[in-house]
Each structure stands twice: as structure tokens, then as C-alpha cells.
Design a protein around this ligand. Structure first.
Ligand code: PNS
Length: 162
């Protein structure tokens, strides 16, 4: 069985993440979207909120082979735990490359059996990040089309309360 892990902070999950997920899902028998929760790394949305919003994505997009997960600790350990041989990451611009190159080198050092597969972001999403979404929302801008429609209200509510 071919199993993959699509890890990230997903704080929050954007349409850019969705694009990567939709491209990756058909290539695997099972794909885990794994949310990093880490006491040392502060997030805007709680891990429960992030997982819940991802579950809504899975349901709305009918991604039957996709499951949500959460992990704390090393990504390669989580991958081994769920039996995944592949890690999925999205790449937007060359600026992502440096960061991804380093993560890949560390992961290879830790477990060379786990391979990372990259998906290029569509040009329409090359500017998009979770941080952009949060900033736009905080200044009362419109995040329509930047996050899955069914999660939009929940994201705005949380950010406007800040
Ligand atoms: O969405 P992000 O924040 O760019 O995702 C980064 C993530 C979660 C993939 C990375 O921080 C990670 O894998 N963290 C877990 C700790 C780990 O395994 N570190 C070794 C590789 S740097």
C-alpha cells in the first residue's frame, strides 16, 4: 500500500494547500494531512481547530483516501508510525527551495527510507501563505478565494476576535 504524509502547520489551511492535496491524493492509497503541534511553536489556531478545518476539507472535497492527523516531534517518526514512505510538500517560489532543501537534508539524515515529493503551486497561488491570510483578515480585508469557502467564516471569526 502506498502511503503518504502531507505535513505542515496549516495555520490555517489555504486553497494553496488544497491544490497540493488534490494533486497528491490520487497518487496514494492513503494520504495523511498531518498538523504539527508543538508547545514551542505558537500557532494562531489550536491544533483541534486546524484538524477540524482539514476534516471539513476532506469531507467537502470527497477525498476518500485522505485522513487528518497531528504530530509532535520528528516528522520522519510520524511517517514511520503511519507506515508512510513519502512526504508531500508544496513549492511556491525559489524562496521556498532553500527551506525545503534544508528540511529534506535533515529528514534524509534521520531516515533515508522516507522520500519527499514536491508539488509546484499553481501560479494563481504563488503569493499565498497562511500568514498572508491572517494579515488580510486582521485588517478586515477579504479572504474570499484564499481559503476553502466553508472554513472562511470560522477563520475570520477567530482573527477578528484577536
Ligand atoms: O507548514 P510548515 O510550517 O512549513 O511545515 C514545517 C514542518 C511541519 C514540515 C516541519 O517544521 C517539521 O517537519 N517539523 C517537525 C520536526 C522535524 O521533523 N524536524 C526535522 C526536519 S526540519
Amino acid at each position: 500500500m502506498k502511503i503518504g504524509v502531507y505535513p505542515g502547520s496549516f495555520d490555517p489551511f489555504t486553497v494553496g494547500h488544497l491544490d497540493v492535496l488534490k494533486n497528491a491524493a490520487p497518487l496514494f492509497d492513503k494520504l495523511y494531512v498531518a498538523v504539527l503541534y508543538n508547545a514551542g511553536k505558537s500557532a494562531t489556531f489550536s491544533v483541534d481547530d486546524r484538524v477540524d478545518m482539514i476534516n471539513r476539507v476532506i469531507e467537502h472535497e470527497h477525498l476518500e483516501n485522505v485522513h487528518s492527523g497531528r504530530f509532535d516531534g520528528l516528522l520522519v517518526d510520524y511517517a514511520s508510525k503511519v507506515g508512510a514512505e513519502f512526504i508531500i510538500r508544496g513549492l511556491r517560489a525559489t524562496s521556498d527551495f532553500e527551506y525545503e532543501f534544508q528540511i529534506d537534508a535533515v529528514n534524509r539524515h534521520l531516515n533515508s527510507k522516507v522520500k519527499t515529493v514536491y508539488f509546484m503551486a499553481s501560479p494563481a497561488h504563488s503569493f499565498l501563505s497562511s500568514s498572508n491570510v491572517k494579515e488580510i483578515c486582521c485588517y478586515d480585508g477579504n479572504i474570499e478565494g484564499l481559503v476553502p469557502q466553508y472554513n472562511k467564516e470560522r477563520i475570520c471569526e477567530r482573527l477578528i476576535r484577536q
